[in-house]
Design a protein around this ligand. Structure first.
Ligand SMILES: Cc1ncc(C[n+]2csc(CCOP(=O)(O)OP(=O)(O)O)c2C)c(N)n1
Ligand SMILES: [Mg+2]
Length: 698
């Protein structure tokens, strides 16, 4: 293991006394907050304080009084465990809190009390930075690698907006940079490869990652795990790579940031050699570096070393707030005011585009966005829901210019290409069709980053590979970002591709994510209604689940209108007297099996109801009266049918009901054989229904 390094090296080259005071304030706030909370990571915020200070104070185009100003530079702390680094900056630069309507609340985003309440319930300083909760936090980080992935999405969104909205005379209306601080953990995570690879390919020159090369992780020296030549790696991706040999050398840091600002054809990686701070120069072990407070004695020694009052806690010396006000504060205010003046001039010359920009920022839709959504005539042979979804997506995209996205190399299969639109590539940043490559994990993080910039992104792939991008899907839900996923090939309906490609547990596992809306339409008209329902969402991610195989288009003159999709579940067909003895509940491709069984039962005089339930989550949001109308509590005879694990269906069929679903992995065979083999037939549903009636019928 590398020998411990003391703090002498950590302060040697900060010459200006005010710079040093500000940096040491950031460091001591981190120490004190972690100590008081008795948990958290003090070392990295302390070591990176000069790196973050130089960026914020000298370069970041950010106005603390208006932290949602659209053209601000973005700062992402991908090593979210170092959250105190960000909180001390948000506090010392006096970032103002804004509400969800972007109105300034007249109070700081992070008060000194918040810092004293680091990691406590209801503070604005949770263990890891959380988007929405704390103004100035641009994205939720903590799961290593996500932040760098998000930063690529932010940089992409900037390029797209710039390309569409900048005009002659307004060349820099949209013109912001994205900075991400990252650690060994970020670099080890596979997602950093996916994200860096696509960023290099796309030549995102507005993107700068700052890698804290401190050669230590939780288990100890990175010699245990990791010998990558990170510089070579990133040069291989086509990045501009520069190195700062000492995290405390403000001059070298300045030069590195300048190198980024002057590079206009590639993303930049700044590798910063740092030594994690774990206390005073005398301390010889590494405890406290990760996830542990330094301890009172150590803190006192360290403060003494800084020339700080040893017993002072949460001290912000005179002049510190002012110094930040004169630096980042004054610069940001000037830039923001100039930008709004420019926007006014732009509005006069380009009223329609300006209107779009305003709508984008408010997550509002254009008038008439849904006027071209088609309806589909009844058709027994039908159409795959991925096909109808492609048609509806295109009908929406026509009137919603900032609906942009693509697939992880599966656009032809997922039907997610926007027709007559270009590809988003280095030479055509206004393209609306994105090619994420076979990088599901980064795609998810990129979509999240794009959504924070307020464009409306979608991503697509096979449902089975949603697992590869699960972490960012979860974070989209946590951040309340309206990202749209189109997941196709939704069941054993995949057929010959076999069990590796047949989702079984993915549907229930997506439904388990709080806040994610999952919709699995049963036919083309439900697909149309699904899109109509979800596009107005401003704070919810959605997974649209589509079939590979054709689904019959139901005759809506005979069965209920598909508009019921907006309520999550609705009565599609009912017993003549509206008092069923058995309720057949289906989703997606299985609804037509329920309808087939219903017809058979009805012909025999059995009182049956079919409930199409494309979305559990939307149904859960309905009031109790509606839920009871669809699923009357006194009807025990119930059968659910879905080509997925039955996990969770007891919620709707009860303990006495029947569930038809997958209890094993699928198999490689023609679809017809699989359906018989696994029991997805009208007869099986019919029999289960009869059995339910026999047991529970009146
Ligand atoms: C995906 C993920 N896995 C594991 C963790 C738990 N964890 C928190 S910090 C950390 C590693 C710390 O090492 P490094 O990334 O080098 O950061 P440093 O301590 O040097 O700041 C780990 C494994 C995590 N936050 N995210
Ligand atoms: Mg490290």
């Amino acid at each position: 293991m590398a020998s411990p390094v003391n703090l002498k090296q950590n302060v040697s080259s900060v010459d200006d006394p005010m710079d040093k005071t500000c940096i040491d304030t950031m460091r001591t706030l981190a120490m004190d907050a972690v100590q008081k909370a008795n948990s958290g990571h003090p070392g990295t915020p302390m070591a990176l304080a000069p790196v973050a200070y130089t960026l914020w104070q000298k370069h970041l185009r950010f106005d603390p009084t208006a932290p949602v100003w659209p053209n601000r530079d973005r700062f992402v702390l991908s090593c979210g465990h170092a959250s105190m680094l960000l909180y001390s900056l948000l506090h010392l630069t006096e970032v103002q809190a804004v509400d969800e309507k972007y109105e300034t609340l007249g109070k700081p985003s992070v008060s000194l009390d918040d810092i004293k309440n680091f990691r406590q319930f209801d503070s604005h300083t949770p263990g890891h930075p959380e988007y929405r909760l704390t103004s100035g936090v641009e994205t939720t980080t903590g799961p290593l690698g996500q932040g760098v992935g998000n930063s690529v999405g932010m940089a992409i969104a900037e390029r797209w907006l710039a390309s569409r909205y900048n005009k002659p005379g307004f060349e820099k209306l949209i013109d912001f940079n994205v900075y991400a601080f990252c650690s060994d953990g970020d670099m080890m995570e596979g997602i950093s490869h996916e994200a860096a690879s696509i960023a290099g390919h796309l030549k995102l020159s507005n993107l700068c990652w700052v890698y804290d090369d401190n050669r230590i992780t939780i288990e100890g020296s990175t010699e245990l795990t990791y010998g990558d030549d990170v510089a070579e790696r990133f040069m291989g991706y086509g990045w501009n790579v520069t190195r700062v040999g000492d995290a405390n050398d403000l001059e070298l840091l300045e030069r590195a940031y300048q190198a980024f600002l002057h590079c206009d054809d590639r993303p930049t990686l700044i590798i910063v050699d740092s030594h994690i701070a774990w206390g005073s120069p005398n301390k010889q072990d590494t405890s406290g570096a990760h996830g542990e407070p330094l301890g009172e004695d150590e803190i006192r020694l360290t403060k003494k070393f800084y020339g700080w009052p040893e017993d002072a806690k949460f001290l912000v010396p005179d002049g510190v707030y002012e110094h930040f006000r004169k630096g980042v504060g004054a610069r940001g205010k000037e830039l923001r005011e100039a930008w709004y003046a420019e926007l006014d001039a732009y509005k006069a010359q380009h009223p329609e585009l300006a209107d779009e920009l305003v709508r984008i920022q408010q997550r509002q839709l254009p008038e008439g966005w849904d006027e071209d959504i088609p309806t589909f005539p009844a058709d027994a042979k039908g159409i795959a829901s991925r096909e109808s979804s492609g048609k509806v997506l295109n009908a929406v995209a026509k009137n919603l210019p900032w609906l942009i996205g693509g697939a992880a190399d599966l656009a032809p299969s997922t039907k997610t290409l926007i027709k007559d639109a270009e590809s988003f590539e280095p030479e055509s940043y206004s393209g609306r069709n994105f090619h994420f490559g076979i990088r599901e994990h980064a795609m998810g993080a990129i979509l999240n980053g794009m959504a924070t910039v307020k464009v409306r992104p979608y991503g697509a792939g096979f449902l089975i590979f949603s697992d590869y991008g699960r972490a960012p899907i979860r974070l989209a839900a946590l951040m309340e970002l309206p990202v749209i996923y189109v997941f196709t090939h939704d069941s054993i309906g995949v057929g010959e591709d076999g069990p590796t490609h047949q989702p079984v547990e993915q549907l229930p596992s997506l439904r388990a994510i709080p806040g994610l809306v999952v919709v699995r339409p049963c036919d083309a008209n439900e697909v149309a209604e699904a899109w109509r329902t979800i596009i107005p969402f401003r704070h919810k991610p959605v997974a649209l689940i589509m079939s590979r195989q054709a689904l019959p288009t139901l005759d809506r003159t005979k069965y209920a209108s598909a508009s019921g999709v907006s309520k999550g579940a609705y009565i599609l067909a009912d017993a003549a007297d509206g008092k069923p003895d058995v309720i057949l509940i289906g989703t997606g491709s299985e609804v037509s099996l329920c309808v087939g069984a219903y017809e058979k039962l009805t012909a025999e005089g059995v009182r049956a109801r079919v409930v199409s339930m494309p979305s559990w989550e939307l149904f859960d949001q309905q009031d109790q009266a509606y839920q009871d109308e669809v699923l009357p509590p006194d009807v025990d005879g119930r059968v659910s049918v879905e080509q997925a694990s039955t996990f969770g269906w007891a919620k709707f069929v009860g303990r006495k009901g029947a569930t038809i679903g997958m209890k094993s992995f699928g198999a490689s065979a023609p679809l017809k054989d699989l359906l018989t083999q696994f029991g997805f037939t009208v007869d099986r549903v019919y029999e289960a229904a009869k059995e339910q009636v026999a047991r529970h019928g009146r």
